[in-house]
Design a protein around this ligand. Sequence first.
Ligand SMILES: [Zn+2]
Ligand SMILES: [Zn+2]
Length: 108
Amino acid sequence: MKQFQRTVEDFTCEQCGTFVTGNGYTNHCPNCLYSKHVDRFPGDRASTCGGLMKPIDVIVHAGEMVDVIQECQRCGHRHTNKLSDMDNREVLMQVMAEQAEKRAKGLV
Ligand SMILES: [Zn+2]
Ligand SMILES: [Zn+2]
C-alpha cells in the first residue's frame, strides 16, 4: 500500500529479526541497535560493504543518550548514528556497560 512518496526503507533486522518500519531518518534497528553498512557518508548509500554495524558505544550529552557509535563487523568502518525515542534503552545501557568494562580493562 503506497500512501505517500518518501524515501523510507522498511527492512527486517539481520541481527534480531525485528521488522523495522523506516521513517526516513534512521536505518538502525530500534530493538538491538544494529544496522547495515550501506553508507560511506550518512545517507548516501554508497557503500557496497553490507556488513552488520554493531553498537559499540553510546554518546551521552547532558544526561541524555544522543548518539550510538556503530562498528562494521566486516570492514571495521565506524559511524555515529542519532538515537530516536523508539530505541531500546536497555540495550544501550548494556552497550555502555560493556564499553565501560573494556575501558577498565584497558582494551579500548
Ligand atoms: Zn535488530
Ligand atoms: Zn563495512
